[in-house]
Design a protein. Structure first.
Lengths: 318, 281
């Protein structure tokens, strides 16, 4: 019996072995390699490189290029995330409302989700064509009389940023609706019934029942959106010239990293230092938010802390 | 009083449908313009907007090919890469998830938490170190560099774990063990056939992710014969095509429409898969 058990467990580890080996080689090693490279002056053009301590990092902070890219990335992400979660929350409440009984919810949802599956590179190129000087938007705006003359949309900082924000919103609000609705429908109906008996109104029920019970899902949406947003590349890269024009207003973290990587010298040491800093910043924010928000609804009852932690972590993983 | 409440409901319902129709228009118009413009000549496109398709599809295709952009090849490359990525992701994610769910291994809680942490870490940012490593192995400009890392796909494992936990398979496995089946044999002959619905959902996501992936191939692949569709889209943005609007729209449509077709058939699978990825039933 013991041998059988041993054999079974031993095989169990074998099931995990490919993942572990794959992760060590293709996940962990590249991260360590990036960190290592960020302390060297390695380029793609020469085989010699030397250790230069923090020179790459001090150079990054010597001018405002790096901080501007970080600022752009946060700005674009925040401007897209707030309306995204807002509209998705509104739609989810309306779709699950027993009073309104909206028809064909599945169809609406399926259509709103569609942009999420489209190739971001092609979507960016599409919007770039739609908002070109001779593009359909100008044709429409001028002929309908909204603009007296054609406008160069992609040369205006805020129009361009707004477009990136819009595209991100357009691609993600449908997905957020699906996730929020899955969470809302898993909340037991009797909670709402009890609240109604106690005379609670719709807003109170939303505020006191729906939002607290959705917390793990909201954290999930928040964190995954943040991590995706900090790595944003395809849309801002292909919407304009690939350098974040106009005036670097949509130059994100990842575009900056790519520009260093693809510069004429191929300075991969400098590119690594950008990747490393963004990696640290994003990981700390994402994991910090995940654990901080998860801990907060645990209350002060110390003896129950462990069991609550367990329950809560089981919920958050789901 | 009751009728006032009812009236309020009607007004509210009207407003809600108005909002839904507005969102529907916003969602559909860009995609519709893309498909329509792919069938219109450059002159027609310059003359104004149309919501009806025209007849210049083949002409646009001719222009697209005539400029040295090998769309059929790009399509085949993308398809090959997406299919291989899907197979690797689904097989290895199910394998890992199965090991995690079925065996009472030491440290499996830590392992599961680690997988969640990996989902939340921006791995794309280690691309420079990855590129350097691949060039030392001689794997740059090779699809293996895009496929092999999927052996350790954290979100796939996360999804697979959720799926197996909702499946309750322990009794079945015990029965198979009594019949003398090997552990790996149980996984291959009993579990995989049972997990087909979950595998299909995971597969669709893996396929779409690979099909749409631009950043990694853009960094790792250099020879033009190996370009995937998103890379051809990037090339199309170059100056040569600036004046051939119809051909550009067609090129973008070729990249986008296959996914719309897949979605038309499998939208139910996909929508429920997203919910499963985030919420436990």
């Amino acid at each position: 019996m013991n041998i059988v058990k041993f054999r079974k467990n031993y095989t169990g580890y074998l099931f995990l072995a490919p993942f572990v080996i794959g992760f060590l080689i293709f996940g962990l090693y590249p991260v360590l390699n990036t960190i290592g490279l960020s302390f060297t002056n390695t380029t793609l053009m020469s085989s010699v490189s030397k250790f230069i301590w923090f020179d790459n990092f001090t150079k990054l902070f010597a001018d405002n290029v790096f901080l501007r890219a970080v600022g752009n990335t946060w700005l674009i992400w925040l401007l897209n995330f707030i309306p995204q979660i807002g509209i998705a929350m509104l739609l989810s409440v309306l779709f699950t409302s027993a009073r309104l009984k909206i028809k064909a919810i599945g169809v609406w949802r399926a259509i709103f989700f569609l942009p999420n599956l489209l190739m971001p590179a092609a979507v960016a190129a599409l919007f770039s064509a739609l908002f070109a000087y001779y593009g359909p938007t100008n044709q429409f705006m001028v002929r309908a009389g909204f603009l007296s003359e054609a406008m160069r949309y992609l040369e205006n900082i805020w129009v361009t940023r707004g477009l990136v924000v819009f595209i991100q919103w357009w691609m993600w609000f449908g997905q957020t609706v699906i996730i929020l609705m899955a969470g809302m429908t898993s909340i037991p109906v009797h909670l709402y019934e009890a609240a109604m008996v106690d005379g609670a109104n719709t807003w109170q029920m939303f505020r006191r029942i729906t939002v607290p019970l959705l917390r793990p899902i909201l954290i999930f949406i928040f964190v995954t959106s943040l991590v995706g947003g900090m790595q944003m590349f395809d849309i801002p890269f292909l919407l304009t010239d690939g350098r974040g024009s106009p005036q670097s207003s949509i130059q994100t973290n990842n575009i900056l990293m790519y520009m260093k990587f693809a510069s004429s010298k191929g300075h991969i040491g400098a590119a690594s230092s950008v990747g490393f800093l963004i990696f640290i910043m994003t990981s700390i924010c994402a994991l910090g938010i995940f654990y901080w928000l998860r801990e907060r609804d645990m209350g002060d009852e110390k003896p129950h802390r462990r069991s609550l932690l367990k329950k809560n972590s089981a919920r958050s993983q789901s | 009083m009751i009728s006032r409440h009812k009236l309020g409901t009607y007004v509210l319902r009207f407003l809600v449908y108005a909002l839904l129709i507005l969102l529907l228009v916003i969602t559909i118009v860009p995609i519709w313009l893309l498909i329509v413009n792919a069938t219109r000549s450059t002159t027609e496109i310059q003359q104004g907007i149309s919501i009806l398709p025209s007849t210049h599809l083949l002409e646009n295709y001719g222009i697209l090919l005539g400029r040295g952009l090998d769309m059929p090849r790009g399509f085949a490359n993308s398809l090959f890469l997406a299919v291989s990525s899907t197979v690797v992701t689904v097989y290895f994610s199910l394998l890992t998830a199965y090991g995690l769910v079925v065996y009472n291994l030491k440290g499996r809680r830590i392992f599961s938490n680690f997988v969640i942490v990996l989902v939340m870490i921006p791995m794309q940012l280690s691309i420079v170190g990855f590129y350097r490593f691949m060039s030392k192995l001689g794997l740059t400009d090779n699809y293996l560099a895009l496929i092999l890392p999927l052996i350790a796909n954290a979100s796939g494992v996360f999804f697979g774990k959720q799926y197996f936990e909702s499946m309750l398979i322990q009794d079945l496995i015990d029965a198979a063990r009594i019949d003398g089946a090997s552990e790996l044999g149980i996984f291959h002959r009993i579990i995989i056939p049972l997990a087909v619905p979950g595998a299909a959902t995971m597969g669709i996501f893996a396929f779409v992710a690979s099909w749409n992936n631009f950043f990694n191939p853009f960094i790792l692949i250099s020879s033009i014969q190996k370009y995937t569709l998103p890379m051809l889209v990037q090339t199309m943005r170059g100056d040569v095509y600036r004046t051939e609007y119809g051909a550009i729209y067609l090129g973008l449509a070729i990249a986008i429409v296959p996914i719309i077709v897949i979605y038309a058939f499998f939208s139910r699978f996909i929508v429920s898969g997203i919910a499963l990825g985030a919420v436990k039933e």
